[in-house]
Design a protein around this ligand. Sequence first.
Ligand code: NCD
Length: 334
Amino acid sequence: MKIDTGRDLQRDHAGRLRHLLTLEGLTRDELNGLLDFAQFYVRHPGDMAARDGSLAGRTVANLFFEPSTRTRVSFELAAKRLGADVVNLDMQSSSRVKGETVLDTIYTLQAMHVDVFVMRDSEPGVPAFVAAHVQPHVSVLNAGEAHVSHPTQGLLDMLTIRQRKGADFGSLSVAIVGDIRHSRVARSSGTALQTLGVGELRLVSPASLLPGEDEFPGARRYSSLEDGLRGADVIMTLRIQKERMDTSQIPDVDAFLREWGITERTITIAHQDAIVLHPGPMNRGVEITSEVADGPQSAVQQQVRNGVAVRMAVLATIVRNVQLRNVEAGRRVG
Ligand code: NCD
């Protein structure tokens, strides 16, 4: 069954973003617009975090049906720094476990004037399903959907690459390395890279962890780390997602590090100024060593910092679009 990624559903009648369910279908200008807006919220480490009142009077609910620390906290800080009220619901211990449907939970919270739902779920299609059922002024932001998509992570990866390598994606060779098959991050970042016109997109992974042939159109597939890393400007490492594998797929940790790990040795095969990304949480000593993760070519902390800025930009954008719709509706009445 083809999953409804919500690509058409995420726009309002005027074509503006109402939800953020997927990066599929967003134009290059739209992506760049969101990245420019996010850049406006980026501050140097040690400076005070950016803050404004774009979400004053709004309420954001974080609904995480899968474990998460960094993404949940990142959305929470983003919403609070824009002046919103924020509620965090630990969905792993509540409603669905008690038999309540997702929609009942959503309707209950909507009745309490929640304006934005930030959702993470292990089942494909849930964010789009919820988006199809909420009231017109309510928005859904996808914070990680099964293996399918993780749009704000894709955006923060693009912002990080742009800051370190410049906005000319056409001159870049990007290697996504490791467990691509199970990675929603790889899918969203891959979509964004293609839309931004990346020079070369490489998928570097053992055959068992490669995505389907119909995915990542235009990308080149490599079955050896050396070939895949040669001359790359950006190395995107991924977590081995054991929770999405059956036991036969789970690789031996030592063998994986030896053959596919980003280490002080293998990183030298890439361009000498190559940067290394990882969405976290990292399995140190499996897909990446500590020397690389904490080394000068690592952009991991910058990704985390950019994550809050990207989420602020997305929240402010969708709330501004709600306000625009209200103004237009007012004009029609008046
Ligand atoms: C990723 C996720 O949960 O999709 N992490 C994140 O959002 N920071 C990647 C992962 O879990 O491997």
